[in-house]
Design a protein around this ligand. Structure first.
Ligand SMILES: [Zn+2]
Length: 266
């Protein structure tokens, strides 16, 4: 008799557990709905703009990040409630002191490598992350095709100008710099329908005294440097500092780099 009621108890517990699972399922849906509702807006002292190049295997190049490490970094952002911003959000913060979603971060990918399409783009879609790719229209076809870039743009990534050719701006006159930037602008408009692209990134981070003016003259509103640091309200929008990410940036250092602008050198 006692055994029988124990069985009954087990059955009741099992039913309760199953029902619990069902409830848990619906509360998960609820929290997903909540996640898409407006997030808390903040006004941070600074924002880390992460600088990526190639994702994949290349141990000899310290600007390359292994795919597994890159995936772990993006998962870290997702799991810890970080909000990748668009270039527009970053610009509005730097220029006008606009507030941004809490735990802001900016994801930038220079040069337009094949892996930006094959590895980065699917992850950005999966996590619904904003990201910006700086391409050299003059190199199109060597790593990426216009078709792939078009697809990334339609999928929500921001495509911007890294110069028609990947050349050191600091070696050029103001006129030559304007030519290189404008040729890139024209290609973005012709191939992707981007009229008056406002975002630029200096190849090699190289500049001279004419570069900011040349960028402005070419219709650029904000440009990324390669100098290390975070972006702040009131910074020169033509010299946005960035946070370097390479294979030496393991998850511990990654967390440090997005939590404090006084991160350790590697
Ligand atoms: Zn570059």
């Amino acid at each position: 008799m006692k055994q029988f009621s124990l069985m009954g108890l087990i059955v009741i517990v099992l039913i309760a557990l199953l029902a619990g699972c069902g409830l848990q399922g619906s509360s998960e849906t609820e929290s997903k709905q909540n996640a898409s509702s407006p997030v808390t807006m903040v006004h941070p002292k600074g924002i880390p703009v992460l600088m990526y190049h190639k994702i994949g295997e290349d141990k000899d190049n310290d600007a390359v990040v292994r795919e597994d490490l890159f995936r772990a970094q993006m998962k870290f952002l997702k799991d810890n409630g970080y909000h990748p911003l668009t270039m527009n959000q970053l610009y509005d913060y730097v220029k006008n002191g606009a507030s941004v979603p809490e735990k802001p971060v900016v994801l930038t990918f220079d040069d337009g490598y094949a892996d930006t399409y094959s590895i980065v783009y699917p992850i950005m879609k999966e996590y619904n992350f904003a990201a910006t790719v700086f391409i050299n229209p003059g190199d199109m076809g060597t790593r990426l095709t216009w078709e792939q870039v078009k697809e990334m743009k339609q999928g929500g990534m921001t495509i911007a100008n890294h110069g028609f050719q990947h050349i050191e701006m600091g070696q050029l006159s103001q006129k030559e710099q304007v030519e290189n930037i404008k040729k890139g602008q024209e290609a973005l408009e012709r191939e992707l329908g981007i009229k008056d692209n406002p975002w630029f990134c200096y190849p090699y981070g190289d500049k001279n005294e004419f570069t900011d003016v040349a960028a402005k003259e070419s219709g650029i509103k904000m440009a990324m440097a390669m100098k290390s640091g975070w972006a702040h309200e009131g910074d020169n929008p033509y010299n946005i500092l960035r946070v370097w990410v390479g294979n030496a940036v393991d998850i511990k250092h990654f967390e440090e780099r997005i939590s404090t602008e006084y991160f350790s050198d590697l």
